[in-house]
Design a protein. Structure first.
Length: 145
């Protein structure tokens, strides 16, 4: 997709967040939108290598898009962050052996949030993040052998 088409697609979202519509920002956002799994900054930079966008620019744009809540940081308990578009609330199941990531869309944690408010004394819970770690079926079969 060319920059003009990307601009038409993402400009309203960026303007709503009071962010300038720049080519690097459009490309980072488009890369994350097209990905089926959360990506690291290094993976995004690698996918944008033909665009000649340096790694520092990728990091700056990831930070501004995260601050604007257009994308969200996902913690897979690695030594690096992953990012995904924040357009639909979901969680992840992550295989600790092969790294497979599966989105978990159903999220009814209302009772848990009530308990957290009661225990913590918080009056509101604004958001939550929940990731599940274990072995996928394929890796579980390998480890059983």
């Amino acid at each position: 997709m060319n920059t003009q088409a990307l601009s038409k697609t993402y400009r309203p979202l960026l303007e709503k967040a009071a962010l300038k519509t720049t080519k690097p920002r459009l490309l980072v956002l488009d890369t994350l939108t097209k990905s089926k799994i959360p990506l690291t900054a290094q993976e995004i930079h690698s996918q944008l290598s033909k665009s000649k966008i340096d790694q520092a620019t990728v990091y700056r744009n990831l930070q501004s898009l995260t601050d604007a809540k257009i994308i969200r940081l996902v913690n897979f308990q690695h030594d690096h962050n992953h990012y995904e578009v924040a357009n639909n609330h979901h969680h992840h199941a992550i295989c600790e052996s092969c790294g497979k990531v599966v989105d978990i869309s159903k999220c009814d944690l209302s009772q848990l949030e009530k308990n957290v408010k009661s225990i913590s004394g918080f009056s509101t819970i604004n958001q939550h993040s929940l990731e599940f770690f274990g072995l996928c079926t394929k890796c579980a079969k390998k480890s059983a052998q």
